[in-house]
Design a protein around this ligand. Structure first.
Ligand SMILES: C[S@@+](CC[C@H](N)C(=O)[O-])C[C@H]1O[C@@H](n2cnc3c(N)ncnc32)[C@H](O)[C@@H]1O
Length: 239
């Protein structure tokens, strides 16, 4: 992600949804860049401050409290999947980047999930629930390049990295995969007996060593045109 931003010493870069600020700090240390971190969570913003990120603001990515064109680049790492309107957050990030600046975005695309348990039809149903219902935006990641193209960005690159998990406890700890079927049943997406069957098949896959889960992350980056009047640009804001 940091390489995709083309960061450089003295450049000014914004991270939206910075969490505890580790990536912002890393960009600062590695490239000598100025970094501003934004997160909508006050807890996360305080944590980022406590860890030493010099400029931290608690703000919503849908309405960034910055002047148009004031950053050399911006990035968001696993944030668009959670926001109410990904295209609005994207538009705001593009607004605050200067002409010729760079944007980089990464998200998992839950439409790419696979899970090896005995019943593949059931596995697909549960994975689909995760993608379509459990997350606000389970699968926008493969569409970001198209959105950047429509907005006239250039030098667009897309890379995919597949996370392959063989140790089920890693997925349970991170994402709660074993619980998704019962969450689906609670919301009427799956019958309760199917949810029980999913857990039984899941446990069987773990016990017999066949368990494999994978999901791909898309890393997308692009450069704003030098002229700010490209297609789909927002009018300059007075903020
Ligand atoms: C999965 S975490 C990723 C954190 C960080 N980017 C990282 O790489 O560790 C998603 C972060 O996005 C933040 N977030 C969610 N919705 C947001 C919004 N509308 N505006 C700004 N931040 C948001 C959350 O508070 C959370 O810290």
């Amino acid at each position: 992600m940091q390489e995709l931003l083309y960061a450089y010493p003295g450049g000014s870069f914004l991270e939206v949804g910075a969490g505890a600020g580790d990536a912002a700090l890393a960009l600062r240390t590695r490239y000598g860049a100025e970094v501003v971190a934004v997160d909508s969570s006050l807890t996360m913003a305080s944590e980022a401050r406590a860890r030493g990120v010099p400029f931290v603001t608690a703000a919503d990515g849908h309405r960034l409290p910055f002047r148009t064109g004031c950053f050399d680049g911006a990035w968001a790492d696993r944030v668009l999947q959670h926001v109410a309107e990904p295209e609005q957050v994207l538009a705001e990030m593009l607004r605050v980047i200067r002409p010729g600046g760079r944007i980089a975005l990464v998200d998992p695309d839950y439409d790419t999930q696979v899970l090896d348990i005995e019943d593949q039809e059931l596995a697909r149903k549960v994975l689909r629930f995760r993608s379509d219902i459990l997350l606000r935006n389970g699968s926008p990641a493969h569409r970001i390049a198209g959105l950047l193209t429509a907005r006239g960005l250039t030098d667009i690159t897309v890379e995919a990295r597949t996370l392959v998990v063989r140790d089920s406890s890693a997925v349970d700890d991170v994402m709660g995969l074993r619980t998704w079927a019962h969450a689906a049943a609670d919301q009427g997406f799956l019958g309760p007996s199917d949810a029980d069957r999913f857990v039984a098949r899941y446990d069987e896959a773990v016990r017999t060593g066949r368990f494999t889960y994978a999901v791909s992350f898309f890393l997308t980056a692009g450069t704003l045109p030098r002229e700010r009047s490209g297609p789909g640009r927002n009018p300059p804001s007075s903020a």
